[in-house]
Ligand binder design. Structure first.
Ligand SMILES: Nc1ncnc2c1ncn2[C@@H]1O[C@H](COP(=O)(O)OP(=O)(O)OP(=O)(O)O)[C@@H](O)[C@H]1O
Ligand SMILES: [Mg+2]
Length: 592
């Protein structure tokens, strides 16, 4: 009876049962809640049973031994019903919110270990709305909907049981009405779920666009671009409205439809009762009790049909959550342990593309960096420099060819250990919404004292500015660090890199936003650390790379030249050309 009210296709059923698996650890609270529902459900037929003797004859003539107690019994029934209802609802909420908390925790844990390629494929809006909107709908699906589903189907069962006991013949009508109701509910369920999937998708689009608008507010203002983004937002919002209205339509229609069918059933019963000789035989009390049970059926029946919507919504919401939970995370723990790398890096005929449908970014790329060496990577924008640094820290894996660290393929090393060997100061580095100090010590495994913080901040040419800030090191940098200037952000990241004791340092345009004075100062500090580390410097400003032991010139994903600054200038090849064009641009001033 219970599940026949739900129509779930196999995928949805698997998801729903899997969700119920999360309930298992809280089975005691769940059982208590179901017990409450059972008592609640029993109170209804109990009430109808109570009226039966009352109506068998007039009040005055009834001779029932417990008649005097009936008012008290009624009070008791309502008391039990109230307490049971409270226990059932709160118990289910208790279980539901715990399930939700665990789902969110698991999902968040999965997100932070998701491979970078997954993030490339999915929009942030989808992830955020799954994490917030979808999960709330699952909560509703568990707490509210499950309560109704169990409580009201138990009520229906109790009432029907009582009716069968009273007059099995009259219950035949159920055989006519029940299949009709079932067919209706099944048809509606399928619609509910389809509509809900659409609502969730449109919701993730709304989230995505809102987030984008917030993140790009300054750009929107300076380019007078509000209309453009509003024009993108409006259709998404409209789509959300339309699908929600479709849901509302189905919801509004489903109750009356099913009630009507049930009403026809009731009419049939009354008709049958009036026609049949049974009516004359049975007592008035029996008939009235039967009829009140029948009428009492209507309310739970209505709840059960309405509950379909939140359940289908919950199921539609849980499917992407499980998809995220089932996705393959990065495995941090497998592989050879690596305590301290020598810092020997080798790219051996590496080819890579971000996606099968995209052109290759690196092709047959080979180079080697010896322990302690400082190697610079130069090349035009888009030539694949950042990609090389991403491959080194294994944000992505190569398609073919091998990258080796200390003579072994990167994949052989434990990923967590591998990443501990490398400090990447990335080009578009963003800070966490935390204090400067917290951002600086991020990723340091040992505790860092104030003195060390000050040294790092001094080396990163940041100390004067920090001292001027109201809370010094404890000043919050705001969301993504946007309360700081671009150059300040970069210097916080450099300070972080200086604090981290890893044998390999990768600087991807790490000083691009600094003025020449600050850059020179920071470079001295970096040079000091570099003397102990293998360093890869990526830079457009050639002054930054002049001091490198070796310079690799990258063009279309291949190394086209290699040598020291002087050697490459003498060669008058790609590097010299790059130098010259940059010098000319600088001399000519900003491009109009
Ligand atoms: N996540 C990504 N998904 C798909 N393509 C990408 C991705 N990141 C970069 N690319 C593409 O890969 C190519 C190389 O990008 P990369 O960031 O490595 O260049 P770069 O040499 O660092 O450039 P710049 O000097 O401008 O920083 C570019 O054509 C870019 O469009
Ligand atoms: Mg780059």
């Amino acid at each position: 009876m219970k599940l026949s009210f739900l129509h779930l296709d196999p995928e949805a059923r698997t998801a729903y049962f899997r969700l119920l698996g999360y309930v298992r650890p809280h089975w005691k609270a769940f059982a208590a809640s179901v017990l409450g529902m059972l008592l609640y459900a029993l109170s209804q037929p109990a009430f109808t049973a109570l009226i039966r003797p009352l109506l068998n004859g007039s009040f005055a003539h009834v001779k029932v031994p417990y008649l005097d107690w009936i008012p008290l019994v009624i009070v008791c029934i309502f008391l039990i019903r109230g307490l049971a209802g409270f226990g059932a609802t709160y118990g289910m909420a208790w279980v539901g919110r715990r399930v939700i908390e665990r789902l969110r925790t698991e999902m968040f844990a999965r997100l932070v270990h998701w491979p970078a390629s997954q993030y490339d494929r999915l929009s942030g809006g989808f992830l955020v709305s799954t994490m917030t909107y979808n999960i709330e709908q699952i909560a509703e699906g568990i707490t509210y909907a499950l309560t109704i589903l169990i409580r009201d189907s138990l009520t229906v069962m109790g009432l029907v049981g009582w009716m069968v006991y009273l007059a099995p013949g009259l219950c035949l009508f159920l055989l006519i009405v029940a299949p009709l109701v079932l067919v209706l509910v099944r048809a509606l369920s399928r619609r509910f779920r389809r509509v809900n999937t659409q609502i969730q998708q449109s919701m993730s689009e709304v989230t995505r666009l809102s987030e984008e608008a917030v993140a790009t507010q300054a750009v929107i203002k300076t380019y007078n671009g509000a209309d453009w983004i509003r024009k993108r937002f409006e259709p998404a919002n409209r789509r959300n409205r339309d699908w929600n209205l479709k849901l509302g339509l189905n919801l509004a229609a489903s109750g009356p439809l099913i009630q009507f069918v049930a009403g026809v059933g009731i009419a049939l019963v009354v008709y049958a009762a009036l026609l049949s000789t049974w009516f004359h035989v049975a007592s008035v009390g029996t008939f009235i009790s039967f009829l009140s049970a029948l009428l009492l059926l209507l309310a739970p029946l209505k709840h059960l049909t309405n509950v379909n919507a939140p359940i289908q919504r919950g199921v539609a919401a849980v499917i992407p959550v499980f998809e995220i939970l089932d996705s393959e995370p990065e495995c941090l723990d497998q592989g050879l342990p690596l305590h301290q790398s020598r810092g020997e890096i080798e790219f051996d005929r590496v080819s890579f593309r971000y996606d099968e449908n995209l052109p290759p970014v690196l092709e047959d790329l080979s180079f080697r960096v010896h322990p302690g060496e400082v190697v610079a990577l130069v090349g035009r924008s888009g030539s694949g420099k950042t990609t090389i640094s991403e491959l080194l820290v294994r944000l992505y894996d190569t398609d073919s060819g091998t990258i080796r660290l200390d003579g072994r393929p990167l994949q052989d090393w434990r990923l967590a250990d591998l990443r501990r060997q490398m400090t990447l100061v990335s080009q578009d580095g963003l800070l966490f919404n935390a204090t400067i100090a917290e951002n600086m010590v991020y990723g340091c495994e040992e505790p860092v004292g104030r003195a060390a913080l000050e040294v790092a901040a001094t080396e990163a040419c940041l100390i004067d500015e920090i001292r001027k800030m109201p809370q010094g090191f404890d000043t919050s940098v705001g969301e993504r660090g946007l309360l700081l200037s671009g150059g300040q952000r970069q210097r916080v990241m450099i300070a972080r890199a200086l604090l981290r004791k890893s044998p390999i340092l990768i600087l991807d345009e790490a000083t691009s936003a600094l003025d020449t004075v600050a850059e020179r100062h920071v470079q001295q500090a970096i040079a000091l650390t570099m003397s102990r580390k293998t360093t890869l410097i990526i830079a457009h400003r050639l002054s930054t790379v002049e001091q490198a032991d070796r310079i690799l010139v990258l063009e279309n994903g291949r190394i086209v030249e290699e040598g020291t600054h002087a050697e490459l200038l003498a060669k008058a090849g790609a590097y010299a050309h790059l130098q010259r064009s940059l010098a000319e641009t600088r001399a000519a001033g900003p491009v109009p």
